[in-house]
Structure formats: C-alpha cells, structure tokens
Design a protein. Sequence first.
Length: 485
Amino acid sequence: MTKIIIVGLGAGDINQLPLGVYKLLKNDYPLFLRTKEHPVVESLEQEGVAYFSFDAIYEKNQQFTDVYEEIVEKLFSEASDKDIVYAVPGAPIVAERTVQLLLERREEMGIEIELAGGQSFLDALFQAVRIDPIEGFQLLDGTNFNKYNVQLTQHMIIGQVYDQMVASNVKLELMELLPDTYEIYIVENAGSAAESVKKVPLYLLDHEFSFSNLTSLYIPPVKDERILYKNFTYLRQVVATLRSPNGCPWDREQTHQSLKKYLIEEAYELLEAIDENDDDHMVEELGDVLLQIMLHAQIGEDEGYFTIDDVIEAITSKMIRRHPHVFGDKAAKTVDEVLSNWQDIKQNEEGREETRFAAVKKGLPALLQAYELQKMAKNFGFDWQEIEPVIEKLKEELDEWLIEVNSGVNKDAIELEYGDLLFSMVNIARFLSIHPEEALIRANQKFVRRFQYIEEKINKAGRQFSDYTLEELDSFWNEAKENGL
C-alpha cells in the first residue's frame, strides 16, 4: 500500500524546522506543497529541493471547498503508485482541511496516511500577542467564519485569513457583535524573523493590509459588559441574578401564576407595536415578551424542573419535526399542503389526545379561542361553503338575543345569546379572512384616537366634560371621524 506522508512547515523559517521534517523534505520522495508562500520554501529552493505547489488551484477556484477537493484528488492520484510527501504550513492537524479530507477518505482510496509532525502556528501566535491560552481561547476558521460560533469573553484566534475578501467577511460578522472601533490584532509570519503584529480598529481590518496564508487575527476578550448586552448568555445571567438571593425582591417572589397577566399584557403591547409599524417599538416589546419567557424558564430552573435550554431544545425539535418538507424528504409546495402536514404530524405525536379540539388551548382569550375552534371545525368539514348562510345565522342570533333583552327576565339567557352573537361575528370574520382579534384591536385604537380628539377640543376650550351635553360630545366625535381619525 502506498502512502502520503504529511509534514508541517511550522510557523517560522527553516531554523525552527524539526530535523526529522527537514530530512523528509530533503528526501527523494516527490514533494507537494499546499502553497509555496512560506518562509521555509525559499530556503528549500536555495538548497535545490524540487517541489510542486497547488497555488494555481487557489487562483482558478472561487470557493475554498473546491480548492481543497481538487488538491485532495490530485494527491490521491499521485499516490496511487508511489509514496509522496505533502507539506502544509504550520502543523498538519491544525486548521488544515485538506488533511482532514485525506484522513476521511484514506480507507476508501486504499492509501495510507502518515502524519510526520510540524510546529503549529498557535504557540508562536500566543507568544506574539502575549496571551496565556489556559485562560480560554477559541480557534476559528476565517474561511468559514460565522458570528454564531463566537464566544466574546474568550481569547479568539481566527486563522486562514488568506486574503482581503476573507478579512472583509470576518469584519462584517464581527461588527454584528462588537463596536466598529474595537481594537483587534493582525498577526503575520508569527514566529519568524518577519513577524508583524498590528493593532487596528475593527472597521479597518480589510483596509490597506496584506494578507497571506501566514496571516491570523487575534480578538481580545470583551471586558466591557455593555458590549455583551446583545449576548443571549449574558441575558440569561442577568435574569438569574435578578432571581438570586441577592437579586430583586419582586423578581424573587414571582411564580408562573403571578407572571401570567404580564405575559398577556406584553403580548398585546407587541401587537400594538406591529400595528403601528414601529420597528423601534417592536424591538422594545419583543424584548419584554422575551423577558417573560426568560423569567418563566428561570423559575423552572430554580425549582429544578426545566431550563431555558429545555425550552429551546423543545421548540427546535418541534420545528424540525413539523417541517419535513424543509428538513426531511417530504414534499409540500403550497401553504395548504404545509398546514395539512402540520396537522397530521401533530395528530401522530406521542401523548396527543385523539380529538383535534384538544389542540385549541383553554387558556386562550375567548375571542381567539372561538376563532381557533371554528378553524378546527372546518378541518372536519363542519363549515358552510358560502358566506350568505353565515350572515343569515348572524341575523338569527341577533333576533334571539334581542328577544331575551326585551323580555329582561333571564340574565343568564341574555348572556348566552350574546355569546352566540359574538361567536357568529367571529365566524363572519373568518370567512372574510379577517382576524377578529386584530380587527377589535384596530377598533379600540380608533376609539382612543377619536376620544383623544374630544379631549383636545375640550381642553382647548378650557372647559370640562361635564360642561357638554352628549349631543355636543357626539358632534366632536363626528368631526374626528370626518378628519380620518
């Protein structure tokens, strides 16, 4: 069986190269370099060492994944009938995707992979920026950088910042988490005579700097707590502190039951912000709703029953399970197909009651509950096909209610008939694709606007409400209506 011997060129020049690696490079094995842009290679050239580099592959491909795939294919092809040496910057096993691909496919290709060592760039970089890794650090890939993987409270090293495009992407991702002026370090040729460490504000990361395969970034851990305000983990810590023995007396006293009314209030305030189309207000109200969720989760954690991690796991699992057309192999091209799949999956989930009406939560406000019950009934085929019978039903309920009102005898009957009347109005709203809750919210808002107009008229006149007759107040109401309020 032939083999590929993988060696690391280290982080510095040829003087730092281990003797064993140096001998392999000087051996008669065909030598392949991932890139010739390394201080060691210049010395090898002076000593007459022949090699083949894959730099041209970088130049013709736009995606790094394509580059790595082509390099690996070429190496397996070359090693099909002879042993070869493959040299990479740094250490073979650190930040080397081609090496990982070679290891993954060695059995399939029937070629042995031997790792012959080499110094990682990390030691040199730690020394260049004067940090102790025992304090905790992250090593991230600049070519596949994502802000969601970042831990701002740890030392962060970003390797493989090959060019300005990679640097620009890293900058944009980091600017979602850090201030534009946050100071970072660009480290080039760490551990060699040409070592360079430049401290720059984040917004200048991709400006007027040269980048190469020996360029890394160092991001110091965040010390300013205000920068962490966007961090979910920090929010969790804040809520835990509020509920701690040394926290807020009000927060410590809250229970799931006592918080119910606040969740309803915050949800309705969010709906108001949405109706106002006010993004800033939406941000504030979404935060208030999130706070309620965090408080409930913290209470669950304090009592030892569940944590916010359980909440996140449950909803993530549910979304993946109920979207097989996105995360699985089930087809659903229309909204109706999606909803049908959703209902079928809900019915089959373990622990679900057989009746579909069990899915309509009893804790919903009555108006929303009526709307959901009618939607469920439609799924069973219990629904009119046209709106005319629905309108006739409304008239029937109105007549029945008026009979009870005019008799004035049975208050319970008046209430029941009034409920039937409201239920019929919800049914009409559903037929017209109007959400009754949203319609009522808009009516409430309209009432407030017109009543405020009346208040302004009275205040401007320097009088009191009691100074006006109902007819006069009603004329102000009509003025507000005519003014489009």
